[in-house]
Structure formats: structure tokens, C-alpha cells
Design a protein around this ligand. Structure first.
Ligand SMILES: Nc1ncnc2c1ncn2[C@@H]1O[C@H](COP(=O)(O)OP(=O)(O)O)[C@@H](O)[C@H]1O
Ligand SMILES: [Mg+2]
Length: 214
């Protein structure tokens, strides 16, 4: 499977979700590649830290930029079971070209970031990519949601997405938790933290299942 975590806004949790998914996939015994297409290089930095700290299993990570990405990813897909792409912010060539090869795209957003402009633009990008990649499915995943489980964030997100045709809403919700920050700093996924945050673990596992088995 080729999974893209992308979107135009910065700081929405793309690297957080991409690194967690990749590490969880590796822990499940799959040959997974983390592909960093963001020039900020946070996913590569996470992966380098994972090597330095000798966390096992390793998560191979490479960076690719520019419009050669579709061909390069198709080639890499012959050698890996799964590829998780961390596609940087803005309407980049990397985001557009990753959409052409992904099976599924997940766009993390905070509830407050559900503006029509962002969603409308993503919907258009997904629609143009579907011209080359008709199987592409795209979802917004609510990230950093409040841990006070009020229903309004989810229903507001559903309502905001109702106007768009190509982008759906992921059924799992990732909430604001310190565990995600800790994992990101240490080159691990949430399940590898000690002590464990079982709530964070349950929600990232739900997201993982939705991405790979849903
Ligand atoms: N669910 C979450 N709970 C707490 N902090 C989060 C969560 N998701 C992301 N963050 C933090 O928000 C910041 C931006 O996340 P990051 O994954 O780097 O975003 P992006 O890759 O989209 O720029 C980081 O400091 C990260 O640790
Ligand atoms: Mg990032």
C-alpha cells in the first residue's frame, strides 16, 4: 500500500502520523519505507534519531523531491510492502506528484482549520490527481482534537466536509496528547514509549487499522 499523509497547512501533524504509521507497520513485520518529501526533513530527522538510539525494528527512510516522485515511488513499491509518504505543506510539486501514486491520502487537520478554502483546494487537488489515479481515496483525519470528548468537533468536521465530493472524513480521531510529542522527539512510535499512554495507543491503533485494513 502507498499511503500519503499530506496537506497544504504546516504543523497539522503530518510527520507525527506518518512516523507512527511507518513504525507500527515495521513492528507488524512489514517491509515499510518512510518517504520524506518535505524539505523541512522532520521525518528524516526522526528516522535518523531512531537509528542513533538503536530502536528496533529499523524504519528505512529516504527523501525525494520534485516531479520525478511518481516514477521513483512506483519503482520503490516493487521493493517494499508499503510506503508511507510524508508530503510537506503548501501546494507543492511533492504533494501533487505523491497524490498520483498513492492508494490513499490522509490529510490531518485540527478542528479549527476546517476552512472552506483549504478543504476546497484539497478537494480540487484530489480530483485532478484522480484523473491519473482513479483509485485514489482521500480523507481528512481530525488531529489534536480535544480530549474532552465533546461531539461538536467531529460533527462540525462532518458538516464542513459535506460540501466536498472527493475528500471524506476518517472515522478515527487523534487527540491532543503529550505522548505524540514525546514519541516524535525520541524516534519512536507511541506504542514504544515507556511508560505507555494507553489512550494514545488505542487511538493511533484505530487510525492504523483504518489506513491499512479499512
Ligand atoms: N495529536 C497530537 N497531540 C499533541 N501534539 C501533537 C499532535 N500531533 C502533532 N503534534 C505536535 O504538533 C507539532 C506539529 O506536528 P507535525 O507532525 O510536525 O506537523 P507537520 O508535519 O504537519 O508540520 C509537533 O510539535 C507535534 O509534536
Ligand atoms: Mg512535517
Amino acid at each position: 500500500m502507498i499511503i500519503l499523509i499530506g496537506g497544504e497547512k504546516g504543523g497539522t501533524g503530518k510527520t507525527t502520523l506518518a512516523t507512527n504509521l511507518a513504525a507500527m507497520r515495521a513492528r507488524a513485520g512489514r517491509d515499510v519505507l518512510l518517504l520524506d518529501t518535505d524539505r523541512q526533513g522532520s521525518a528524516s530527522y526522526w528516522a535518523q534519531f531512531r537509528v542513533e538510539e538503536e530502536h528496533s525494528p529499523p524504519v528505512p527512510c529516504v527523501s525525494k523531491f520534485g516531479k520525478g516522485i511518481p516514477a521513483q515511488v512506483r519503482d520503490l513499491a516493487k521493493r517494499y510492502d508499503d510506503i508511507v509518504i510524508d508530503a510537506g505543506g503548501r501546494d507543492s510539486v511533492e504533494l501533487r506528484s505523491s497524490l498520483i501514486v498513492a492508494n490513499r491520502a490522509y490529510i490531518p487537520l485540527q478542528a479549527s482549520q476546517f476552512d472552506i478554502w483549504t478543504l476546497g483546494h484539497m478537494d480540487d487537488l484530489v480530483q485532478s490527481a484522480q484523473g491519473f489515479n482513479p483509485e485514489l481515496e482521500a480523507f481528512v483525519v481530525l488531529n489534536r482534537a480535544s480530549t474532552h470528548p465533546s461531539m461538536t468537533e467531529v460533527s462540525e468536521a462532518q458538516e464542513a466536509l459535506g460540501d466536498f465530493e472527493q475528500v471524506g472524513l476518517a472515522s478515527s480521531v487523534v487527540r491532543e496528547r503529550v505522548a505524540y510529542r514525546k514519541a516524535a522527539r525520541s524516534g519512536v512510535c507511541v506504542g514504544e514509549l515507556d511508560p505507555q499512554d494507553l489512550k494514545a495507543l488505542a487511538e493511533i491503533e484505530a487510525f492504523y487499522s483504518e489506513v491499512f485494513n479499512g
